[in-house]
Design a protein around this ligand. Sequence first.
Ligand code: ADP
Ligand code: MG
Length: 372
Amino acid sequence: MPEDVKLEGVTKIYNKSKKALENVSFEVPAGQFLVLLGPSGSGKTTLLRAIAGIERISGGSIAISGQYVATDFIHIPPNKRNLSMVFQDYALWPHLSVLDNVAFALKRHGLAKQECRNQAREMLDTVGLTPLADNYPSDLSGGEQQRVSLARALVAKSGLLLFDEPLSNLDADLRDRLRIEIATLSRAINATSVYITHDQSEAFALADIIGVLQGGKLVQIDTPENIYGAPATPFVARFTGLAGEIDVIVDQMISGSMALVVPLAGGMRPFYAKTKENINIGPGKVMIRPTALQLCAVSDDSCHTRAIIKDSAFRGHGYEHVVIMEDGTQLTNIFTQEKHHRGEAVGIIFHHHGSILFGNALSVDKEEVTAG
Ligand code: ADP
Ligand code: MG
């Protein structure tokens, strides 16, 4: 059965002073795949280890399917929580064969040794490791070791799978293949997953839900589509892929979710940007997703600015460009189907759907509202 995981106000303080987690609350519904995304040092590993029970929390509570496993008074050890973990550094037993490493994970289920081995063999077959069953971890490549580690996590059919950056030590093509296996196999055994990474493309590829961590705080938790389309803060926007940022003056609110902005840089026309709330007329910043940008002819009336192609890379399914605007601002990751040459002058259209405005939110005076 997939587990439901609920954290309320989880805080972790190391050595009486270092706050690694601050008041983190979220819930992962049973069977969902949550990816926690954040830069190095943001508290990802601490959070995962707290859910696993390897780390004691300093405040708040963690419940797995309604049962408290960590509070001020309770600490259920890892082996008593219905979960399995995949580590960045594989963490296999060096003195056990591949088969026995996987079979070992079934030991606490009280099965006979032969039955453990039978089930381990089946799982090795599923992840394509049968030919390596009798090898030892030291004989294997990093990718093979991580595959063993994945088989070991899956074989116990725990209701909760925890992943600590399992792909970060692997080569790019291997990373893609194993990522697909993690995505399909974790869903096939009907587990809930919590997966941490600093890699936004990995997060978007895997997640049903993404949580973004910054300095030990959860700054946004939402669907990948909403994280991309409506990031809560400039940090979230930056950490999830921008083409660039444009300083603007907010000229006019068109509706509660759309504004007309005037770029501060010379030679740029006003354009429309999306916002989550009504914001004050005045200075602001527009975060530009690569999907907001379209190249056009310099003579095109609808283009908002001109730029020069600085770099152009063939990506198989099209071309990816870096351009420099007239004020020197650089925009990256612009994708086109047609080829452009370095040094070529182009026009750029800013579409509102990927232009996300941050300004000063209009604050409603609560006292005034209640008094009124
Ligand atoms: P991440 O996995 O996102 O890189 P960590 O959870 O490992 O982040 O660390 C979060 C913060 O807590 C960091 O500032 C780190 O230095 C600190 N930290 C982690 N583990 C310990 C520890 N055992 N003792 C003291 N500080 C720690
Ligand atoms: Mg870490």
